[in-house]
Design a protein. Structure first.
Length: 283
């Protein structure tokens, strides 16, 4: 029996496109005979998995979970993509996505790269995801990843329809008092896609860009130069109201802002995240 070396596994993987664990199993069954291992892989239909990697995977779901920690709670959310919504809504795919977020929690992953590099038995999560292509018959990949922490973490998972798994997940971390309105804030995040928590969180280069655009637009409209600065500030405030969570009008009562909700209960919003299936490449 030929020794099953890393180089041999690499060769068969490159020739077939199969995952590492499938290649190791095939080589073991074939007692190190490369040609026979390739036949085994072809017979099991595994070879096609590698060919799927170049195909777009824009459907899928967002798996999420809140766990308890010594400091409060931690929320995790991971986008798991498939090529079609037909696969995304199957119980097996939803179960697979849930298993991925569990692996993120176990590894205390802080990014999708950390999650992919995490050991998963004899393989890594990256290899587990690659090998899932054979199970589902489509290219499968991980997309967006988020984790936030605080005394309280609220998650709202939105479904496009009852038969589909969540396609949008909104998470918000608050202090204990803010937990009273955390659900309403999570609904707001899901619906209106805020980008920052406070105006102080908006990067300086973004503010300067908005200021330049507003100035040029005001001058192009023929506004008197002496009042342009005031107009620019007004337009910047409108930008904040659209993109800053605490300054957005509350969807259920536009006479209030989301910040007003927290003020009413004497609470604070600490951080938030919003993931939507298929949107990761756009951000």
């Amino acid at each position: 029996m030929a020794a099953i070396t890393a180089a041999l596994i690499k060769q068969v993987r490159e020739d077939t496109g199969a995952g590492m664990m499938d290649v190791k199993k095939a080589l073991t069954e074939a007692e190190g005979d490369v040609a026979r291992a390739k036949e085994i892989i072809r017979a099991k239909g595994i070879q096609a998995a590698g060919k799927r990697e170049g195909r777009n995977a824009k459907e899928g779901t967002i798996a999420s979970k809140v766990i308890e920690s010594a400091e409060g709670q931690i929320g995790y959310a991971v986008e798991v993509n498939s090529e079609t919504d037909f696969v995304a809504k199957t119980p097996k795919f939803v179960e697979f996505a849930d298993s991925i977020v569990d692996k993120a929690i176990a590894a205390k992953a802080a990014s999708v790269d950390e999650l992919l590099a995490t050991a998963d038995g004899e393989a890594t999560v990256k290899e587990t995801v690659e090998e899932a292509a054979a199970l589902f018959g489509e290219h499968v990949k991980l997309g967006q990843f988020a984790t936030i922490a605080g005394p309280h973490v609220e998650i709202y998972a939105h479904k496009r329809s009852v038969e589909m798994p969540p396609s949008i997940v909104a998470m918000i971390a608050t202090d204990e008092a803010g937990a009273q309105v955390a659900h309403e804030a999570a609904l707001q995040i899901s619906a209106l896609s805020a980008q920052w928590l406070t105006r102080e969180d908006v990067p300086a280069n973004v503010v300067e860009s908005e200021r330049r655009v507003a100035t040029e637009k005001s001058l192009a409209e023929g506004k008197p130069e002496k009042i342009v600065p005031r107009i620019v500030e007004g337009r910047l405030n409108a930008f904040y109201k659209e993109n800053v969570l605490l300054e957005q009008e509350f969807v259920k009562d536009p006479s209030k802002t989301v910040g007003d909700l927290f003020k009413k209960v004497g609470g604070k919003a600490l951080a938030f995240a919003r993931l939507e299936v298929g949107k990761g490449d756009e951000q």
